[in-house]
Design a protein around this ligand. Sequence first.
Ligand SMILES: C[S@@+](CC[C@H](N)C(=O)[O-])C[C@H]1O[C@@H](n2cnc3c(N)ncnc32)[C@H](O)[C@@H]1O
Length: 312
Amino acid sequence: MICVQDTRRLMANFDALRSSEILPSGEDAKILGAFYTDTQIAEFLVRWAVRSKDDRVLDPSLGGGVFLRAACERITTLHGTPSSQVYGIEIDRNVHVRIRDKLVDEFGVKRSNLRNSDFFDTERSQFDKIDVVVGNPPFIRYQRFNGDSRRKALEKSLENGVQLSKLASSWAPFVVHGVSFLKQGGRLAFVIPMEVAYTAYSIPILKFLHNSFREVTFLTFQKKLFPDLNEDTLLLLADDKGHGPGKFLTRDFSHAGMLRYQEFKNTSEVFDRTEIDSRALTEAERRLIEGTSNNALTSPNLGSERHPASVF
Ligand SMILES: C[S@@+](CC[C@H](N)C(=O)[O-])C[C@H]1O[C@@H](n2cnc3c(N)ncnc32)[C@H](O)[C@@H]1O
């Protein structure tokens, strides 16, 4: 089993990442999980995921639009047509209107491509032939993630064969529903919480990713990606939908600035990854089934505490 700590290297100091504009703020931000992504991270994920001038890109929780802006720029560089290849969904009406208008003005994105809706009310048929799903889904813990929105989210996961526990945070059904929009061979690139590596409720998600993609890479960082967020986060790069079961790979960076060095290699691929023995996943599942983590399953702290079903 690979331990993230093992791969960590000491690096020189790095200035704290500039947090991008955070809208909405305070309680509203917590309720909607609205902590926006730094441009550099969004650009890296988009650059990795979007490879062809014809790629169609969806951000299911577009927020401040940083991923879709990066997608428009990337598609323009590849000589594609961002106005018709970029799609997004946002539940917050005010944010949606402001960002939609900016994307329409700046890149001519079709207004009808940018919808004000709950992602879990959105059917696959509404966004056809998506090559890339990219974004930073809301991290709303189960205590706040309740009622109708939770019911719809868990139902959508079940439609894709993934039964999530009542302790799952909102990012988990976003991953499952997001994957369902991808066509064969598609890529998903998300910012997700570190919880994916050590909570019992994540195990069905890890199995789903393992079965759905040829390669699933987890990029971890010693320096927090979101200095304002309590939660540690990582980058999930899932490649080649429909060609699993695949492999799990990891790469640990000292800080997000290191992502720039990837670009010097003049490719969107990530080098020097370490494969995680897939037995780690089987083992975590076994421990879960055997009940070593039964207490954890019912513990109110499961959303954040490390427990024996850790995968890496
Ligand atoms: C973590 S923010 C990320 C925004 C943007 N992708 C970024 O990285 O800057 C999550 C966004 O998801 C939106 N959101 C929350 N629940 C949603 C849902 N069920 N459907 C669509 N959007 C949702 C929030 O309003 C917020 O803008």
